[in-house]
Structure formats: C-alpha cells, structure tokens
Write a new protein. Structure first.
Length: 295
C-alpha cells in the first residue's frame, strides 16, 4: 500500500511539473541597502521563485520545452522595517520556430514598486481577494507575460490572461499603493493593461501576432517574405503613431524589439528599407542610431 501511495505521489508531482507554465529566473538586488543582514533578501528571492515557478497559472499543461523563459529583477532601493521600495524589471522571450534563437517579447521596468514583507511570510496568490501588494504585482506580471506570449501565437490569444491581470489591478486599486490607478501617471500597470485591452490599440496586438508568427517564425523558410511581414507590422505601429504619437505601447514594443529589428534588416536578402526606416525614425527617434544600421 505504501508503495502504491508513493507511486501516486510521484505521478501527481510529475503532472504538476507539466502544468507549470514559466521558467522564470528571479533576482532580488539589495546592493543599495546598507547593513549585514542579507538573509531576508535570499529568503524573499527563494519564496518568489516558488510562487512563480511552482504555481499553476492556467488550465493548460505545458511540456518542459514549452515553458516561457522570463526574468524578474527586483531592485530594492529603500528599506524601513518591513517596508520596501524600488523597481522591478520584467523580461520574457520565446523561441523562434525552427531555430535556436529566443526573441524578446516583453521588456518592461516598473518604478512604482513598493511592498511590505516579513521574512518567511508565505507568498500565496488568491485570485478572489487582494492580500499583498508584492504578490499582486508579481501575479499581475505573470499574467501579463502569459498574455504577451499567447498574442505571438494567435491573434488576441492573450485575452484571458490580460483579463486576469486587469482583475488583479481592480482588486488592488483600493490598496493605496502607486501604479494601480489612472491618476498615478504614465508608464504604470494601469496604463499598460488599459491600453492592451483597449480597442483603440488593436493594431498593436495585430502587429505582435504578425511580427512573430507570420514574420519571425517564417524566417527560416522564406527570409524575404518574413522581412516584408515584419515591415508591414511596423507600418501598423506607424498607423497608431499617426493618431497617437505618444502611445505608451509603442515604447513598450520598441524597448523589447529595437535591437532585434536593426539586426533583422542589417543583412540579406536585399530588401527596400526606405519606408521602414522612415516609419521607425518617426515611431522611435531615440533609437535613431540603431535604425542607421539598417541597410
């Protein structure tokens, strides 16, 4: 009987591992905090890793090779007792079909990052209630990562995950912490999820789908066609720029993709890049040096 129980336990563990969606590296950087007690940051890093990588966030079973590679870097700039302030950098990528290349999908820095935490405090996500700003922020970005990834494989495929992120945002709006509300400024969690789910920016999500599934994933079989599709997706972004030149999502896209775009169009096969470069310079003039690399 005991052997049977052990076998069942192993099978359940394997099933749980298959369910995990993320392969997330989490770093807690506390270099700016003076003092000798660093153990709390080690404990926090380990607990966050368990929360993100061991929880089942969706109803789908992911094979090990299908898990989403991502990084969360928490930089702590201030600590007063159990209160922490700093920023969090979120990065995710996905493999390009028929290649070993990982393309960056989401790269975002959140400066509205503050929370309370006591060492060994359990970090548990409850989707029905707000309990912890730390857990809410991490869970918000887990669903955002899942949403961006899904959008690269099917048009608007990220809707269920972005909606989950929005639910977390709504629950957290009465917490008093910055980043959850419309009046907290630009570049916030509110702006990010509000824009993603707004029909006003539907072309952004069209571009994410075209760029990745119809563009990058075709690069191995038809590089010229892939380049054309990627250029078309950038033209879609230019359409957004024409009506909303300060659109937040355009910066989000370029923060992830500028280096990659320059690399794609810097070698063969030959492709008329005149209009592409015009569009890129208008959308993201801060990356002009990169755009000049395009031939």
């Amino acid at each position: 009987m005991r052997k049977i129980f052990q076998i069942i336990l192993i099978l359940l563990t394997v099933a749980q591992l298959k369910a995990q969606e993320l392969n997330c590296s989490i770093t807690v950087n506390s270099d700016k905090i003076p003092g000798s007690n660093r153990q709390i940051y080690t404990t926090l890093q380990r607990s966050l890793g368990e929360l993100v990588n061991q929880k089942r966030w969706t109803n789908f079973n992911y094979k090990p090779q299908e898990r989403i590679d991502c990084n969360l870097t928490l930089t702590i700039l201030e600590q007063t007792g159990d209160n922490f302030k700093g920023n969090i950098q979120i990065q995710s990528s996905r493999p390009v079909y028929n290649s070993t290349y990982l393309t960056p999908v989401f790269n975002f820095k959140d400066n509205n990052f503050s929370f309370q935490y006591a060492e060994f405090e359990p970090l548990v996500f409850n989707e029905n209630i707000y309990e912890s700003n730390l857990v809410s922020i991490i869970s918000f970005y887990v669903y955002t990562i899942l949403g961006f990834d899904a959008d690269t494989f099917s048009l608007n495929g990220g809707n269920p995950y972005f909606t989950k992120a929005q639910d977390i945002l709504v629950q957290a709006q009465q917490s008093g912490y910055a980043g959850w509300n419309q009046n907290d400024g630009t570049g916030t969690r509110f702006t990010l999820i509000d824009n993603i789910l707004s029909p006003t920016y539907s072309l952004f999500r069209d571009s994410m789908y075209q760029y990745h599934l119809k563009g990058l994933d075709v690069m191995g079989s038809n590089k010229k066609r892939a380049k054309q599709t990627i250029a078309d997706s950038i033209e879609n972004l230019k359409t957004i720029f024409d009506s909303r030149p300060n659109a937040f999502l355009l910066r989000v896209f370029m923060d992830s993709k500028a280096t990659e775009i320059a690399s794609i169009f810097s070698d063969g096969p030959r492709f008329d890049t005149f209009k592409l470069k015009e569009d890129l310079l208008k959308i993201s003039p801060l990356n002009a040096t990169k755009w000049n690399e395009i031939k």
